[in-house]
Design a protein around this ligand. Structure first.
Ligand code: FES
Length: 337
């Protein structure tokens, strides 16, 4: 089933590339059919991975008013599935196929107070929101957390732009973000927009529930690829269809199943919509849930998983030591709808 059937594809020309932090490259593209991009929008980009066309989503970090120049920022992940390697290989003059900007993460204007929360490369999804709130004179805090300053894209620009409203937390400097402290200080009218690693977003979601804040006021976007554990190779089986596929570290379970000939349902490919849900029939290993679709209780039950992002690991370093197949790989048997 095709993803993002509403996507409008067009050609774009890369006009500028620049490293803006360790491992993060800014790529400016001029699309053929420009459309203004609101804060929170993203574009899909056709990338070539292992000789095959795949699609990756990137937030629009900056645009001019008429959308003639779109700046994306791409983190080259150590466990890249190939998309970020392709993007980092682009140079000025290259053509790329991109969609017009799409909105899954809109900023609601008019709230009494806002918190904009970015973890690492997640800043790319919320930076435009903070800029708009500053322009509107809104009451906002911009909380930006990262491992080290040299890996935090746009940090100096944001300090200059947001002044005291920007709070910076840097792990390497011992100023880690205290999530419960952040959330406990919020009131029922505050809207929080966040994007970052799954651990950060999970911690915020838990604190949000603990402090009984309004759930509709918590809004987020995921990367769809950050997990609790490093990716491991594992085996997925669909017994009814006689399918067995090896899922390499740099591919999602969904991609491996598609390559094996399974007709899969999906939409967001980012662990948000739940369309790619599969039933877990048998599990030798642990599930590394990387979605934001299921509740904590549903994730712990391990009866279902979002195969676009979630993976299976052979050994959970935090606890259990599951029974493994002979070659040490985890194995999951599933049923698809
Ligand atoms: S396709 Fe949306 S959660 Fe997997």
């Amino acid at each position: 089933m095709a993803a993002n059937s509403s996507a409008v594809w067009q050609k774009g020309r890369v006009v500028e590339t620049l490293d803006v932090a360790r491992g993060i490259r800014r790529i400016v593209i001029e699309p053929d059919a420009p459309v203004a991009a609101a804060p929170g929008t993203h574009v899909d980009v056709a990338v070539v991975v292992n000789g095959e066309r795949e699609v990756r989503s990137y937030s629009v970090v900056e645009t001019n008013d008429d959308g003639r120049r779109l700046a994306l920022s791409v983190f080259r992940t150590p466990a890249s599935r190939g998309g970020s390697i392709f993007m980092h290989g682009l140079v000025a003059g290259d053509d790329v196929a991109i969609t017009q900007p799409m909105q899954n993460f809109p900023l609601r204007v008019g709230a009494p107070r806002y918190v904009i929360l970015a973890g690492g490369i997640g800043v790319t999804a919320v930076l435009g929101m903070a800029r708009q709130l500053a322009r509107l004179g809104a009451d906002y805090r911009f909380v930006y957390a990262g491992r080290s300053r040299d890996a935090m894209a746009y940090l100096n620009e944001l300090l200059a732009e947001h002044g005291d409203r920007l709070e910076v937390h840097v792990d390497a400097e011992g100023t880690q973000l205290d999530v419960p402290a952040l959330v406990s200080g919020l009131d029922l009218d505050t809207e929080l927009y966040m994007c970052g690693p799954i651990r950060l977003m999970d911690a915020v979601r838990r604190s949000w529930q603990d402090f009984e804040l309004s759930l509709p006021n918590l809004r987020y976007e995921t990367f769809g690829n950050s997990g609790w554990f490093d990716p491991q190779e594992f085996v997925v089986r669909i017994p009814r269809l006689g399918i067995e596929a090896l899922v390499p570290k740099d591919r999602s379970m969904l991609e491996a199943l598609e390559a094996a000939g399974a007709d899969m349902m999906f939409d967001c490919r980012k662990g948000e919509c739940g369309l790619c849900e599969v039933d877990v029939l048998e599990l030798r290993g642990d599930i590394d849930h990387r979605d934001v679709f299921y509740s904590e209780r549903q994730q712990q039950a391990s009866a279902k998983m979002c195969c676009c992002v979630s993976r299976v690991i052979a050994k959970n370093p935090l606890g259990s030591s599951p029974v493994l197949s002979g070659n040490g790989r985890a194995v999951v048997s599933i049923e698809v709808s």
